[in-house]
Write a protein that binds this ligand. Structure first.
Ligand SMILES: [Zn+2]
Length: 142
């Protein structure tokens, strides 16, 4: 599911976002009017509750399984004579590949989120816009 996201200042199309949460800073700059826009689809990792974190990881695994099934489907169509072991190996390799890529991107996003959490000014701004900032994160910031 994708949703069009417009700039509230100039109604320029900012992006088409998926319904699930994106781990990023919610403060983005509109390329047309240069105003700062609060994108509520973007959340900092520390703002998410444990339910969202687990759900996000499960969803990631589900996407990897679906991706590897697509690869298996492709093998069946492209190589009709391939036996089951070829299909199984193809599925396994793509599953590992997709998962590895997803884990890599998630770790990178979490690391960037933790970097931003170090600034008290930034955290104050998040709180001002009603984003949840855990007390332990706020205490550690400078
Ligand atoms: Zn704009």
């Amino acid at each position: 599911m994708k949703k069009t996201y417009y700039c509230p200042h100039c109604h320029n199309i900012l992006h088409y976002r998926e319904k699930n949460v994106i781990i990023a800073s919610p403060f983005v700059k509109c390329p047309r009017c240069k105003n700062e826009v609060v994108d509520t689809a973007c959340k900092e990792w520390f703002s998410l509750n444990i339910f969202f974190k687990i759900w996000g990881i499960l969803f990631m695994m589900l996407k990897a399984i679906m991706g590897s099934m697509l690869v298996a489907g492709f093998i069946v169509v492209a190589f009709p004579s391939a036996d089951e072991s070829v299909m199984a190996i193809g599925m396994f390799i793509s599953l590992i590949g997709i998962l590895a890529y997803q884990i890599y991107s998630l770790t990178k996003a979490i690391k960037k989120s933790k970097e931003r959490a170090k600034s008290k000014i930034y955290l104050d701004k998040l709180i001002k816009y009603d984003f949840y900032v855990p007390k332990r994160i706020y205490r550690k910031a400078e």
